[in-house]
Structure formats: C-alpha cells, structure tokens
Design a binder for this molecule. Structure first.
Ligand code: ZN
Length: 207
C-alpha cells in the first residue's frame, strides 16, 4: 500500500535507464550516467555507399549502449527524447536540414516488439527541430536481427523500398550504425525515388 501511495503521489524516485540506480524523479538517467554520456565523443564520416555524410552521437559502448538497449528491449520511450536532445545539441547544424526519414524496421520485428526505436527517435528529433517527418521507407522480409546482421556481413543487404513521396533532401535516423548496409540500402531506395541529398544520423556507432 505504501508503494501504491508513493506512485499515486509521484513520490517514487525514477530509476536510471542506463544503470538502474535511483535518480531524480522524472529524470531518464542519473547524474553519473548523464556525465559519462556527456564525455562520449561523437563520430563523423563519409559513406557508407550512397550516403553524403554520417554522424553518430557516441560510440556504441557504456552509457550510450545501455540507453539503446533500454529503448529497444525495455521500451523506455522517454529515452528516445534524451537521444534526440543529444543529437540536436551536438550534431552539425548542416546535417539538421531536409526531412527526417526513420530507417525502417523489418515488419515482423516491429510487430513483435510493438514499436520501432528508429521511428521513436526520429519523431522526438522532429518535435525538437521542427523538421518535417517523412516515413517513406518500408522494409520487406522479417527475420531476427541476429540473422539480419549475418546477412549484412554476407553481402545481402535488406530489401528497402519507397512508399509515397520522397523528399529531395533526407536525413535518415536510426538508433545504431553497424555495418552501414541498411543505410546504404535506404539511400539507394531514396535516390531512386528522387532524393538528391541523403545524410544519416544515428545515436551510436559500433566500432
Ligand atoms: Zn545511471
């Protein structure tokens, strides 16, 4: 009963999405994890193939990796807002233009999970930048993520196709950049649909 009262009164402390320790009510991450994330260095680059530029807010390790897992596997949706905030503050202004297009999740996976992490980050970023959001990409084929990564490595990129109008200038958004095969497949589909500029931002990048 005591716990129920605390919840009703909003007195229960929040738990840090990264380390699980209690933190300030309403906060997504504790002070320690927030500081550690602030110390992570963004990564910029050209390519993969088809992309004009890519930028990731942090390496896929430590607190950044824990936040990706919290969003993806524990569905802690406020984490998407924290990721979008970091991207908005640190990403080069030149990248934050055009229309935001979330990297599509394989249909079966997003159905099984009930939501799509890339779409959540993209929506949170659109809300903070007032950039338009265009969900114009779809992915065919289900398959588990482990299988997909293996397929990427083996040189079988995911099947991505456009649906609806394709913006001329696109900012692709995803949670993690791994091999880049998915981003390349997205860029190919977007350019075939008329996009002339395709850049990508991810929250983390695997090194
Ligand atoms: Zn923490």
């Amino acid at each position: 009963m005591k716990v129920l009262h605390a919840v009703a009164g909003g007195l229960l402390p929040s738990l840090c999405a990264a380390c699980g320790r209690s933190c300030r009510p309403g906060a997504v991450a504790c002070t320690r994890c927030t500081r550690r994330l602030a110390e992570a260095e963004p990564l910029a680059g050209n390519g993969p193939q088809g992309l004009d530029r890519t930028w990731s807010s942090a390496p896929h390790e430590g607190v950044a990796r824990d936040l990706v897992a919290a969003l993806k596997f524990r569905r802690l949706l406020p984490v998407a807002g924290t990721m979008a905030e970091r991207i908005r503050w640190l990403a080069p202004a030149s990248l934050l233009s055009g229309a935001i297009v979330p990297v599509p999740t394989a249909t079966l996976r997003s159905m099984g999970r009930g939501f799509d992490p890339a779409a959540e980050i993209a929506a949170a970023l659109a809300a903070r930048t007032e950039m338009p959001l265009a969900g114009c990409l779809r992915r065919s084929g289900g398959g588990r993520q482990v299988g997909r990564r293996r397929a990427d490595r083996l040189g079988h990129p995911p099947q991505v196709h456009v649906r609806g109008e394709v913006p001329r200038s696109v900012l692709l958004v995803d949670d993690v950049l791994t091999t880049g095969a998915t981003l390349s497949a997205c860029a190919r589909a977007l350019r075939s649909g008329g996009a002339v500029r395709v850049v990508a931002i991810t929250f983390t990048r695997r090194l």
